[in-house]
Structure formats: structure tokens, C-alpha cells
Design a protein around this ligand. Structure first.
Ligand SMILES: [Zn+2]
Length: 437
């Protein structure tokens, strides 16, 4: 009897160990495609690449598949087909991803976080230049011809939904919608240009976000979010800047916890710790550039709050402080804007409407513009204009007369008349006098 019982216990525990593949999600981004395998327990796996045709093979030991391949939403240009194949042992499951190109996969497991359980993450960085939509690398503009560049960081994305409202709306969609509206306003403004850290529904880790801002030669990084707290009461927008001390207020601590959670959900394979994680962070608090960035961040946030106070409800009328990794670039002033509380039922509804998103974007834009009007960075078109200097423009690769006219807020006719041009054709290196608009 005892023997039978032991046998049963043994048999039961073996079957309980068996893993299940519950879903397969595909997240294409501009430079990688991420595949996420949702598992019922921690994956025991192996993978390799095959060529002719290119394939990624993933073996999952002790695993049963519950996924219908036809149900996988695949919008990746890299993955042409997902199927199974004969596994090396009877108890394992073999997945095959047919690919357009050869890749070097980065594979790592993620422990349960938020609504997610165990996951196996497979990142496929593009090597094919056809697939990789590289950002345009711009040469530095001549003195006085540079635009003020605002990096806009739509919080969360892809695997990481951010906060989830009472009606199950995801923060990541709200942040992207507001960011797109804000970018459109900035790009319409002569002398200003926007760079976005993400342009679709995919995850970008925090270090990559600052890197995109830095590569875009950004003067300012604005990270857009929507708050969430357990209590549905709080509402209103707020603006956060970096504090040098560990945040002591409850809300700041909560935000910092959410940021770490976000990295866990989004999956960088490791959690940011308090002091490392960002190579620029260590000891840079003593750095003068950091002090300058922080002073600028604070001044800009006051302009934004003042513009926002006219059109939206504020949760805090003063800039608040938190120790967030996304704010820690020592060389770029950085702010985090909470557009409102998605955890508040009324604000969740508001944040989803185009009119409210536009209101928030417009207020942030007005604040940023008012700051840079008063404090134009040296070497920019805005600084030249503020100093009343005659504006000149040296034509660069890919620039047309209409593009130049738009950048300076003048008409093509005005530009042609002012420079006695007979045609619309301009050549690289040609210097144009810009009429006062
Ligand atoms: Zn957020």
C-alpha cells in the first residue's frame, strides 16, 4: 500500500513538472523582432540556427504545446512562418521559426511579473539592411542653423503595458498617442524638431531610450506616462525631475517601483538596481553637467506646469522629485510627465479621447516652446533669431527649398524673392539668406 502511494506521489510530481507552452507573442520593432513564449513554469530550453533556408529552432524540454500556430499574430517582416518539427526526445517540443535572414538570437527566461507568468524571450536583432529601418544620422548643422531637438519618450510598449486602468486600457497606448501629437506640434514649429524613442507598440529598454535621445543630439528628453495608484481617487497631471537623494515621499517610491517593474515586464533580462544599470549614473551626481541638466530640467518643468495648469487638472502644482533611471542622463535635461491617473475612472476615459490627448500635448509643447524662446541653446536657429542676427542657411543633402522654407516658417515665394532665385532648385552648400518672418 505504502509502495503504491509512493509510486503515485512520484508519478503525480513528474506530470506536475511538465511545462506547457501557452502562447506565442511576436513584437516587431525598428531594429529587432521579439518573440515571447508564455510558459506554465520556468522553461528548460535549447536553441540553434539552421540555414538554407534560415531557421531558428527552439527545443523546450518536458513541454506540451497548447498554441494554435494559425492564431499567432505575426506582423514581423523577419519571421515568415512558425511551425513545429520532430523533437529530439518524446517529452520535448520543437518549435521552428522560418526567417527571411540569418540572425544572432538573444534568448533569456523571465520570471513572473505583473499579469505575466514564466516567459522565454527571444530577441532577433536584424542584420539585413532591408529590414532594419535605421534612423537618419544627421551631420551637425553649421553654427546658428541647428534646430532645438526634443526627444519624446512614449513610456512602456510591447510586452510592458504600463499601468492598466479600471476599464483595462493600457498606459502604453495613451503614452504613444500623446507622444505622437506632441511630436507633430514640435515638427511644425520652425527651429524645433522631435525625435521619438519608440514609434510603435514594442518595448525599448531604458538605456536604449537615453541612447536614442543622445544619438539624435537631443536638447531635452520628455518621458510621457500616465499614473496609476491602487486607490482610484487621485487624479491630475504632474511633472517629475530627478532628485539626488533617494526619494522619500510615498508617490516617488511608488513610481520608482513601477519603473523597475516595467523593466521586468518589458524584459531586459535583469532588473535595474539602485546604483548601476546606467553606466552614466555612477558618481555623476558630482558632475557639473549633471547639475546644469538638473537646473535646466527644473526650469523647463516649471514652464510646462504653468502651461498645463491652464488646460488640465494638476495633481501637483510644483515639479516633483524622484530617482528614476529614465531621468538620469547627465548630459540631457530630462523630465517625466504623468499626463493623468489612468487608475481614476474619469481620467481613464479622458486620457483615451483625442481632444484631451491633444490638450495635454499642446500644453507640454507651449511650455517647452516658452522655455526655449527665453533660453535658446547657443548655435541654434532660435538663438540666432532671439539675438536679432540675420539668419543664413547652408543647404545640406536631401534639403529642398520647400523644406527649408518650412523649417524657418517662411514661404517658398518669400525665400525665392529674398535670394533672387529663378527656380526651385538649390544645390548642396548653397547659402541662403532667410527673410524675417
Ligand atoms: Zn508609466
Amino acid at each position: 500500500m505504502k509502495a503504491i502511494l509512493i509510486f503515485f506521489c512520484f508519478w503525480f510530481s513528474v506530470s506536475a513538472w511538465a511545462n506547457q507552452l501557452e502562447s506565442i507573442r511576436v513584437w516587431p520593432s525598428p531594429d529587432t523582432t521579439r518573440i515571447v513564449l508564455d510558459m506554465s513554469s520556468a522553461p528548460d530550453h535549447e536553441y540553434f540556427m539552421l540555414s538554407d533556408p534560415h531557421r531558428l529552432v527552439v527545443d523546450l524540454r518536458q513541454t506540451k504545446n497548447r498554441v494554435k500556430f494559425s492564431a499567432i499574430k505575426n506582423t514581423s517582416e523577419l519571421i515568415t512562418k512558425v511551425r513545429n518539427s520532430t523533437p529530439p526526445t518524446a517529452s520535448s517540443y520543437r518549435l521552428v521559426f522560418e526567417l527571411k535572414d540569418s540572425v544572432k538570437p538573444v534568448v533569456f527566461p523571465l520570471s513572473p511579473a505583473g499579469d505575466y507568468g514564466h516567459r522565454l524571450v527571444i530577441d532577433l536583432p536584424y542584420s539585413d539592411s532591408n529590414l532594419q529601418r535605421k534612423p537618419i544620422v544627421r551631420k551637425p548643422a553649421p553654427m546658428g542653423q541647428r534646430e532645438v531637438v526634443i526627444a519624446i519618450d512614449a513610456g512602456h510598449g510591447g510586452e510592458d503595458p504600463g499601468a492598466v486602468g479600471p476599464k483595462k486600457n493600457h498606459e502604453k497606448h495613451v503614452t504613444l498617442a500623446i507622444s505622437r501629437r506632441l511630436a507633430a506640434l514640435i515638427n511644425k514649429e520652425p527651429g524645433m524638431r522631435a525625435v521619438m524613442t519608440r514609434t510603435g507598440d514594442y518595448y525599448v529598454n531604458l538605456n536604449k531610450r537615453s541612447e536614442i535621445a543622445r544619438k539624435g543630439r537631443a536638447d531635452l528628453l520628455l518621458s510621457i506616462h500616465a499614473d496609476s495608484v491602487a486607490n482610484r481617487g487621485p487624479r491630475g497631471a504632474s511633472v517629475w525631475v530627478l532628485s539626488s537623494n533617494r526619494a522619500n515621499r510615498e508617490m516617488a517610491g511608488w513610481l520608482e517601483k513601477q519603473e523597475r517593474q516595467s523593466e521586468l515586464l518589458g524584459g531586459v533580462g535583469e532588473v535595474i538596481s539602485q546604483t548601476d544599470g546606467n553606466p552614466y549614473l555612477t558618481r555623476t551626481f558630482l558632475d557639473l553637467s549633471m547639475d546644469k541638466s538638473r537646473a535646466d530640467s527644473y526650469a523647463i518643468s516649471e514652464h510646462i506646469l504653468s502651461a498645463m495648469s491652464k488646460v488640465v487638472r494638476l495633481h501637483k502644482s510644483k515639479p516633483a522629485h524622484a530617482s528614476l533611471a529614465v531621468l538620469k542622463s547627465p548630459d540631457i535635461p530630462s523630465l517625466l510627465i504623468e499626463a493623468g491617473f489612468i487608475s481614476n475612472p474619469q481620467e481613464e476615459r479622458l486620457l483615451l479621447t483625442a481632444s484631451h490627448q491633444q490638450k495635454v500635448a499642446q500644453a507640454v509643447f507651449d511650455g517647452v516652446k516658452s522655455y526655449y524662446r527665453q533660453n535658446p541653446p547657443s548655435g541654434t536657429m532660435m538663438a540666432n533669431k532671439a539675438a536679432g542676427k540675420p539668419q543664413k542657411h547652408t543647404v545640406r543633402t536631401g534639403e529642398s527649398l520647400s523644406l527649408i522654407a518650412k523649417r524657418y516658417g517662411v514661404s517658398v515665394t518669400q525665400l525665392k524673392g529674398h535670394n533672387s532665385l529663378k527656380s526651385d532648385v538649390v544645390r548642396i552648400g548653397q547659402v541662403l539668406d532667410i527673410p524675417r518672418s
